[in-house]
Design a binder for this molecule. Sequence first.
Ligand code: FAD
Length: 323
Amino acid sequence: MSSSDNPAGLIAELDGIDGLEAEVGVPLSGYATFRIGGPADCVVRVHNQSALEALLSVTGRLELPFEIVGLGSNVLFPDEGLPGVVAQLAGDLASFRFQGTRVTAGGGMTLARLAKQSAAQGLQGLEALAGFPSTVGGAVFMNAGSYGVEIKDVLVEATVLERDGRVRQLSPEQLEPSYRQTNLRGTGAIVVSATFQLQDGNAEKALQRIEELNRRRWASLPSGRPNAGSIFRNPEGDYAGRLIEACGLKGACCGDAQISPEHANVIVNNGRARADEVLELMLQARRAVEERFGVQLVPEVQLLGPLRERWRSALGRGETGPR
Ligand SMILES: Cc1cc2nc3c(=O)[nH]c(=O)nc-3n(C[C@H](O)[C@H](O)[C@H](O)COP(=O)(O)OP(=O)(O)OC[C@H]3O[C@@H](n4cnc5c(N)ncnc54)[C@H](O)[C@@H]3O)c2cc1C
């Protein structure tokens, strides 16, 4: 069964599960900072772990595609939308609690809010990670980082729910974190919660540091236009933005998608940009940089649904892309 064949049937199945809120045909543009994406068959907000386990069991039994989304700040959804279920963690799965100098937060908790709450308690360690849109789960999955700090540096343990229903506690080493990735990529495992080790510090200073770093960050990013942060990972020892700019592509447009005139590794949505237009600009940048510098840029943004295959086939060499 596909959920588009029988959305009412799927909703009826999900209605029986406590802690789920499901909606059909919801435009995914509302779930991505890019503001791009057609409708999902079904978007489900999941409020606790047992509801998440039950949801996975239903989607597994019905063989429905399943994607998890955080704040949607590093994803490109396809124009035609996504079949199956797109889930977002909420409620208990977006809460947090302190235990001494440790904090445990649900995968759906906003990282910036967690950093501010920790700083306000006089606990420091998350300040450098407060300046970009992310959930705790998305950041652990991506091994997000900024200003020299990666989330693995403060992570004690992540609790993940595997697609087969197994729950595992993973240390940072077990996640094999590297630049903007972990070994969760491609496994379908969901980060349900994560525990971070913080240090005793001064609340006022920690809050000031967050403000100061945020000011620096927003001064360096394209203002006002929807985007998904860095489109490509930086190649070893260089910057994707420098290479794209050197190819003369800063400001290049495809429809309403544009390589930002302010930062060449960011694509902005100037109004009604389509995912296919963003993909076209990504391909132009990738080809130009390879031709001129022999460097193959790798997407940092997660291409979802058929976009992954379109990227691979446009490059024509079985490249796996971001996931
Ligand atoms: C303006 C801007 C600035 C940015 N700056 C930075 C930066 O400085 N450093 C940086 O690292 N990133 C940056 N990013 C990218 C992005 O914010 C990070 O990658 C962020 O961690 C993504 O988190 P998210 O919750 O939005 O995940 P999403 O974008 O929703 O999802 C990203 C991937 O994570 C997966 N995922 C989400 N939640 C979970 C979960 N609970 N369990 C398992 N997988 C999950 C999704 O399936 C998807 O594959 C920036 C983005 C923007 C728009």
